[in-house]
Design a protein around this ligand. Structure first.
Ligand SMILES: NC(=O)c1ccc[n+]([C@@H]2O[C@H](COP(=O)([O-])OP(=O)(O)OC[C@H]3O[C@@H](n4cnc5c(N)ncnc54)[C@H](O)[C@@H]3O)[C@@H](O)[C@H]2O)c1
Ligand SMILES: [Zn+2]
Length: 365
């Protein structure tokens, strides 16, 4: 079923762009590029898990209106977000006679989006970029907001840029081939949007758990669109993370990043760590008297119904706290968290006493 895509507008000071969301839209990608005029050269970057299935058909489709189209494959997995891989890609672009009129299409999950986006931001001082996210996490989070980056050993996303795409094309049908664990992990970010901004959306998620788990098209379309709207609105208010408004997107993430670090990045998918992190944050908020315990339970019920974890057994609270003090979003080693006050409402709380944090982690770990 091909459906006319819905558009979410991302309004930024310098340049605005659209996120198009629609089942089957990739099969008509060339049509959505018409507003941009003549494009002479496109480089489609994808990882090995999506290259044949989605990137090659997209490249063929683009060839209808782009004179020269190249397909470049990178290895799947987080290690691909490296300076070495960016270097390889820069040199590949050079060999392909890429210039400032060329466009980069990033087809895949957040890894390809961040790497190809970073390379697009830097090659020849910046190329036009189209994000074509194919994981739920990338469709609701990483492809929206313009952050692109590669990792340094031991420092995730340390070298990067803000580089807004010209267009984001989301085809929810691509999620059919996504491993179910990856899909559920993406739902953690969707739950996050309900908690930080929209109680009605949160209630919608609660009411549609079986349909969510089955990936029902109408439900997928709704959750992707609403998530993109919420993120776009927040990013529009704080494009470069200077006013603090964008910090609410980090709900659950201070706990999550630290858990990912102490578990060596191979125990939990990011979304799984975020689910645990949101549960920690809610419990912490309740312990500090900021949140009704009933809300802690309500969020926990939804997380569990989706099949996401709430606990991280066996991790040491001290190591976890230590890792949180090293988070690059933590100012001067202070323990600072985005905490819920209710469903759809969060606030940034500074200088949280370590004892309160330790008490929560001791229950979770
Ligand atoms: N830029 C941002 O604002 C931002 C926000 C959140 C996360 N991120 C980054 O995103 C990355 C994680 O992204 P991710 O979760 O999408 O991981 P990912 O890109 O590694 O994709 C997960 C796995 O799914 C495979 N895959 C992708 N689409 C598929 C499909 N449709 N069918 C079958 N397999 C498919 C990939 O090859 C990979 O093996 C992290 O590096 C994180 O730092 C960036
Ligand atoms: Zn996240």
């Amino acid at each position: 079923m091909v459906q006319e895509p819905e558009a979410v507008e991302v309004r930024l000071a310098e340049r605005s762009y659209r996120i198009l969301i629609g089942r089957g839209c990739l099969a008509e990608a060339a049509r959505f590029l018409e507003p941009f005029g003549n494009i002479c050269h496109a480089v489609v970057v994808a990882d090995g898990n999506v290259a044949e299935r989605y990137a090659r058909p997209l490249a063929k489709q683009l060839a209808q209106r782009v004179a020269r189209v190249n397909l470049v494959e990178v290895p799947p997995g987080e290690p691909t977000k490296s300076v070495a891989e960016a270097d390889r890609l820069w040199n590949t672009l050079l060999r392909l006679d890429t210039d400032r009129q060329s466009w980069v299409f990033a087809v895949g999950g957040g890894v390809v989006g961040d790497l190809a986006g970073f390379v697009a931001a830097t090659f020849a001082r910046g190329l036009s970029l189209v994000q074509v996210p194919t994981t739920l996490l990338a469709q609701v989070d990483s492809s929206v907001g313009g952050k692109v980056a590669v990792n340094l050993p031991g420092a995730k996303n340390m070298v990067g840029a803000f580089w807004q795409p010209r267009l984001v094309l989301i085809d929810p049908a691509t999620l059919q081939s996504l491993p179910v664990r990856e899909y559920r992990a993406g739902l953690a970010e969707v739950i996050k949007y309900g908690m930080i901004a929209d109680p009605e959306f949160f209630a919608y998620l609660e009411a549609h758990v079986p349909a969510l788990l089955a990936g029902e098209p109408a439900v997928l379309q709704h959750i992707i669109r609403r998530s993109c709207q919420i993120k776009a609105e927040i990013v529009g208010q704080d494009e470069r993370e200077t006013s603090g408004r964008r910090a609410v997107l980090n709900y659950g993430h201070t706990f999550a990043h630290a858990l990912e670090a102490i578990s060596g990045y191979d125990q939990f998918l990011h979304g799984e760590a975020v689910a645990i992190g949101m549960h920690c944050a809610a419990r912490l908020a309740a312990a500090l008297g900021l949140l009704d315990r009933a809300v802690v339970e309500r969020q926990a019920r939804l997380i569990a119904a989706i099949g996401l974890p709430l606990q991280a057994p066996g991790y040491d609270a001290s190591a976890w706290i230590q890792a949180m003090r090293h988070d690059k979003k933590v100012s001067a080693g202070k323990l600072r968290f985005v905490l819920p006050r209710g469903v759809g409402c969060v606030e940034l709380v500074d200088s949280v006493p370590e004892d309160s944090v330790r008490a929560v982690l001791t229950e979770i770990a």
